[in-house]
Design a protein around this ligand. Structure first.
Ligand code: SAM
Length: 284
């Protein structure tokens, strides 16, 4: 079988998924050990039986709903490849807006103490750490399994001689066990209302429920996190929170009630209100 035949069969097999050609290409590349450019340059070569079998197995897993990123073991985020598996949520493109928003507001600061709560793969903390080597970064999650993977990503993506030091990780229920004072707290907490989880796409069933379930209205974790962040932040400190667009108004109210000023919401590339930010006054 040629690469072209394999792709055609893969697209047919994945017809029900949103992006069958892309998915089939990525999975064929994985089976052959080739990136996309090398795959298309491979032309008419026959697939060896071992690669063909590996490809068919990947197609079957994908057809059952397993996210492509879990099958590949990685996901690109903010220009870097993060290791991902079922221990963490697959980083979403819209979460890059959180990184962009922080860099836009504070990117020119030579030093900054930044904490990411609910870090999962640590895609946000490690992107900021890589972009701003002098900033001090730390990250936390309730899931010890997620933290294991986050530490692997830190080893993979950050140089050991980083001027701002390594990214520190701590297991914590939101910020309850996080020590220190920060200039900025960022988080993408779980925000899907519990009652909506069952009706969502099949792929979400393979992701940790802890990463998705935001309680009755999706905002339960924010109601605890925002006051905690207020206590952990220095005067003039920032909070940046990702949420669903439908929650933006309610989230702004939570942030304002906690005493933050300059509260606003930034849209993602799809125009959806995504990142709510606020800033503590300099004098309290
Ligand atoms: C939506 S995921 C975000 C992961 C990552 N920051 C990202 O954007 O891809 C939410 C994360 O919050 C964590 N989490 C859920 N409840 C938590 C809690 N009470 N305290 C700390 N982390 C929690 C989950 O384990 C999960 O890793």
């Amino acid at each position: 079988m040629t690469v072209r035949d394999a792709l055609r069969d893969g697209v047919a097999a994945l017809g029900g998924s949103g992006t069958p050609f892309l998915d089939a290409s990525l999975l064929l590349g994985k089976a052959l050990g080739l990136d996309a450019a090398a795959l298309f340059a491979a032309g008419p070569d026959d697939l060896d039986p071992g690669s063909g079998a590996a490809y068919r197995a990947l197609l079957a897993e994908r057809s059952s709903g397993i996210p492509v990123a879990y099958l590949l073991g990685e996901k690109e985020f903010w220009g870097r490849r993060f290791r991902v598996d079922r221990r963490v949520l697959v980083p979403r493109p819209e979460t890059e807006t959180l990184v962009a928003a922080v860099l836009e507001a504070c990117g020119d600061r030579p030093s900054l103490r930044v904490h990411e709560a609910c870090c999962g793969s640590a895609c946000v903390a490690l992107s900021l750490a890589a972009e701003r080597p002098r900033w001090e970064l730390s990250a936390s999650d309730l899931s010890e399994e997620a933290l294991e993977l986050a530490r692997e990503n830190a080893e993979l993506l950050l140089p050991t001689d980083r001027p701002g030091g390594p990214c520190r990780f701590v297991r914590s229920d939101l910020l309850a066990s996080v020590e220190g004072t920060f200039d900025l707290v960022a988080a993408n907490p779980p925000y899907i209302p519990s009652g909506e989880l069952a009706g969502l796409g099949i792929e979400l069933r393979f992701e940790p429920r802890l990463a998705l379930d935001g309680g009755a209205d999706g905002l339960e974790l924010y109601r605890r996190l925002v006051p905690q962040a207020r206590s952990a932040l220095a005067p003039g400190g920032w909070i940046f929170l990702e949420a669903d667009g439908s929650q933006a108004g309610a989230l702004r109210a939570i942030v304002e009630e906690a005493g933050f000023a300059e509260v606003s919401t930034l849209a993602d590339l799809a125009g959806i209100e995504r990142i709510t930010r606020g800033r503590l006054p300099w004098k309290t």
